[in-house]
Design a protein around this ligand. Structure first.
Ligand code: SF4
Length: 348
């Protein structure tokens, strides 16, 4: 069974963008060496039915210094050596676990946007396979309007072609804001600039960064394959938006393969695996009409967050890790749903 992991060991980032769903900032949460070691020790080894294929380390800014990223890479490569093959595709084909870092790209370049080759080499020699440069969008660029972003992209592409280094460059879709983190405070300003909440029908069922297939996709190719997220506390979530979807188990204390196996019989996890928010509402005992009303107003992910709060109150789902709604979340849901609907959902 093939498993991909998106690991968020810290939420520290010098940009602190207005759209950031996990509130990353210069004073974000930080990884500890102990937690990093325990998580890596609990990932599947060669004896497991689960074959670890890809690990993407995000954040925050994965390349922020002082966040133990180097320690994470060294410890990880102590268990899963980087393949000697020349390209990422060849290393993957030979069965080596691929380790990537997710970055804005800014820490790899000078002020004119030119790649600093020595820094790229430094991370590659530590054991990184390639870089995901996730800042090709209006959200990141509005934070540093003076920076030559186009020059950075061109320089990354030219450097990559000349030195056989892979940079996967992408950005966030304008209409894909999820109701979490600083989005809750900056929604008006972001909407005035053309952005919007993610309310597309079947988003969770069809989107690639969502919960769908997290249990059943272990035999499927990317992007339908199984992908899970490890949050900064070591909890596993079915979905990239780990602040919205429930925490399912702590991989700092439980083997990943055993933890995943234990979820197979959970009706709640089966619903997440299908991206079936209607079924999630049903398990949370929300009437279908109300569930549709909420879904239309706040999208699948807003529903996921609200329904998770209810689910975690049920004795049979006491094992979920779900934070109570914060004041700014409550204010957001009141605004989107109207004064009466949030109490109608929560006071049951
Ligand atoms: S509905 Fe929940 S599980 Fe699905 S994409 Fe949104 S936050 Fe993730």
């Amino acid at each position: 069974m093939t498993q991909r992991i998106y690991w968020v060991p810290h939420t520290t980032c010098f940009l602190g963008c207005a759209h950031c769903h996990n509130d990353s900032s210069p004073s974000g949460r930080q990884a500890t060496r102990d937690l990093i070691e325990r998580i890596i020790a609990h990932l599947p080894g060669p004896e497991s039915d689960y074959r670890l294929e890809d690990v993407l380390v995000g954040g925050g800014e994965a390349l922020m210094r002082g966040q133990e990223t180097e320690y994470l890479i060294r410890t990880f490569r102590g268990r899963y050596p980087r393949g000697p093959q020349r390209t990422v595709a060849e290393r993957r084909a030979a069965g080596h676990v691929i380790l990537a870092l997710q970055t804005t790209g800014l820490p790899l370049a000078d002020r004119r946007g030119n790649v600093r080759g020595a820094l790229v080499k430094y991370w590659l020699e530590l054991g990184v396979d390639y870089f995901q440069v996730a800042s090709s969008d209006v959200f990141h660029r509005r934070e540093r309007p003076e920076f030559p972003w186009e020059a950075l992209e061109s320089s990354l592409q030219a450097y990559g072609a000349a030195h056989d280094v892979e940079f996967l460059i992408y950005g966030k879709n304008l209409s894909k804001l999820v109701p979490s983190g600083r989005v809750l405070e900056n929604l008006d300003a972001l909407e005035a600039e053309g952005a919007g909440l993610l309310t597309a029908e079947r988003y969770c069922a069809d989107g690639w960064e969502t919960a769908s297939h997290f249990l059943s996709g272990t035999q499927l190719p990317y992007p339908q394959c199984s992908e899970i997220v490890i949050d900064p506390d070591g909890w596993v979530h079915a979905c990239c938006w780990y602040e919205l979807s429930p925490g399912l188990f702590d991989v700092g204390t439980v083997d990943l393969a055993g933890g995943m196996q234990g979820l197979q019989s959970s009706l709640l996890c089966q619903a997440l695996d299908r991206g079936d928010i209607t079924r999630l509402a049903d398990i949370a005992r929300i009437a279908p009409e109300l569930a549709h009303q909420v879904r239309d107003a706040v999208g699948d992910c807003g529903c996921c967050r609200l329904f998770s709060v209810l689910l975690a109150r049920q004795p049979e789902h006491g094992w979920l890790r779900v934070a109570p709604l914060s004041p700014r979340e409550s204010a957001f849901y009141v605004r989107q749903l109207g004064e009466d609907t949030l109490p109608e959902i929560l006071d049951r």
